[in-house]
Design a protein around this ligand. Structure first.
Ligand code: BGP
Length: 472
């Protein structure tokens, strides 16, 4: 193919370590479809969409997302074709255990077994994540993560997964971006249950962290081979200036949005300054004394890092309304940096160096724990306008985006960061929660009007080359 030839590059400036993990990530609700057949129970997305379809872009819901449930063989073949050696996906809790607790759905077991076996057959290592924003609705009815019983239900679910699939899966993750359901569901109203309640948010966060530690404990008790970790979205906090008030604002934003999950996951303890702040504000969670011990003794083996955008902050300009619901923003304002580069479709700043800053921070302050970039990517609207005569989407902007980040990742490796791989978000265009199919992220396009037909984009072919050369 001429195009692929054009992408050929003799000189490789950025060479990556041997056995570097090249691949992509996705999640059950966003790619499987088949949301109400073969015994799957409802999760909060199925329920919320039924209640308020207008909250979703073009009123497209989670029922038919990308149809991986039916097309997994074709998809895995394409993954192999574009060079994947690893792929991360999540298990749908409500597919495997429709009520959240109790009976296991045999059809789901068959499906996940087939996916794992097919990946292995194609030489692609499966990385499995247990929870990606998708609380079974039956458990949300009793409060979801607010309720300690749900932590116990999650441990049983985790144990079920370890037992069923642990013979073949060697990389496990307890949660993906656990702060996002806290933000979306309990602070800013972009996930069900759409509350704005800081006390509940803190409880939900605490229970999620506890559930991660307990799942890690269970994994180790079972004596399974392999590694277990967590996937966190780290958003480096940059102050507007070196003014002490701006610096303080950035430090507090970092405590709330990064260190709240990073410190307990990697170091087994909560940042003292955060605990102090919550105490002063009167928002400590309820817990049992032994929980802290559990968290301390069960830290992660490996850290997945999702990086999309930085967080720029400045000192507050106005005194906050004391009657407004408490939010982290009581301590800082967002700062719009003049000249910043934007992905205007998603409204996120593109700042490639952020990936390097994160990795160096992990090296310096978190024992240089083994990590990988578990998500990074660019969602673009109306990619059809870039489809060429041969039917391929020419997404050069995505290639540039990935290159820009890989260069900084490469530099971090040169400086000793223990980073083992890079996964794009995502393999094929999938359903982006309330944004539904507005922005497309994939290496592979999905034609929703044409039985979800797959076509590899230019970035997919480019990636293949990068993997073959182990660099670019
Ligand atoms: C991450 C999530 C993914 C994915 C991605 C892109 O936060 O882990 O599930 O959706 O962001 O963001 P969005 O879909 O909101 O555009």
């Amino acid at each position: 193919m001429t195009l692929v030839k054009n992408l050929d590059k003799k000189e490789i400036t950025y060479k990556f370590p041997q056995n570097f993990w090249w691949g992509s990530a996705s999640s059950a609700t966003q790619m499987e479809g088949a949301s109400n057949i073969d015994g799957k129970g409802k999760n909060i997305w199925d329920y919320w969409y039924e209640q308020e379809p207008y909250r979703f872009y073009d009123e497209v819901g989670p029922s038919d997302t990308s149809q991986f449930y039916y097309k997994y063989k074709e998809d895995i073949k394409l993954m192999k074709e574009i060079g994947h050696n690893t792929f991360r996906f999540s298990i749908s809790w409500s597919r495997l255990i429709p009520n959240g607790v109790g009976e296991v759905n045999k059809k789901a077991v068959t499906f996940y077994n087939n996916v794992i076996d097919e990946l292995l057959k194609c030489g692609i290592e499966p990385f499995i994540n247990l929870y990606h924003f998708d609380m079974p609705f039956e458990l949300q009815k009793i409060g979801g993560w607010e309720n300690r019983e749900v932590v116990e239900a999650y441990i049983k679910y985790a144990e079920t997964c370890f037992t069923l699939f642990g013979d073949r899966v060697k990389k496990w993750f307890t949660h993906n971006e656990p702060i996002v359901p806290v933000e979306g569901g309990y602070l800013y109203n972009f996930h069900y249950p759409n509350l704005c309640d800081f006390q509940k948010a803190v409880q939900v966060a605490f229970h999620t962290i506890l559930s991660s530690a307990k799942a890690i404990q269970k994994f180790r008790e079972l004596g399974l081979e392999g590694k277990i970790g967590i996937i966190l979205n780290l958003t480096p906090s940059y102050p507007r200036s070196n003014h002490p008030s701006d610096l303080k604002a950035a430090k507090i934003a970092d405590l709330f949005f990064n260190r709240s999950f990073l410190d307990p996951s990697v170091k087994g303890e909560f940042p003292k300054e955060l605990v102090e702040l919550l105490k002063v504000e009167g928002y400590l969670p309820t817990y049992e004394q032994e929980d802290l011990q559990t968290i301390q003794s069960n830290t992660v083996d490996i850290l997945g890092i999702n990086y999309y955008q930085p967080r720029r902050v400045k000192a507050k300009e106005n005194i906050p309304n004391p009657d407004a619901p408490f939010l982290p923003e009581r301590y800082f304002d967002y700062y719009v940096m003049p000249g910043r580069k934007m992905n205007k479709y998603r409204g996120w700043e593109i700042y490639e160096k952020g990936i390097y800053d994160i990795l160096l921070n992990i090296k310096k302050n978190y024992g240089n724990i083994e990590c990988f970039i578990s998500e990074n990517g660019m969602g673009v609207e109306n990619e059809e306008r870039f489809r060429n005569q041969d039917g391929m989407i020419e997404d050069d902007y995505r290639i540039e985006f990935i290159k820009g980040h890989l260069k900084w990742l490469h530099k971090a490796i040169q400086e000793g960061a223990n980073v083992k791989g890079y996964h794009l978000w995502t393999f094929m265009d999938n359903w982006s929660w309330t944004n539904a199919y507005k922005n497309r992220y994939g290496f592979v396009s999905v034609d929703l009007d044409n039985n979800a037909k797959r076509t590899v984009k230019k970035s997919g072919y480019w990636f293949k080359k990068v993997v073959e050369q182990n660099g670019f």
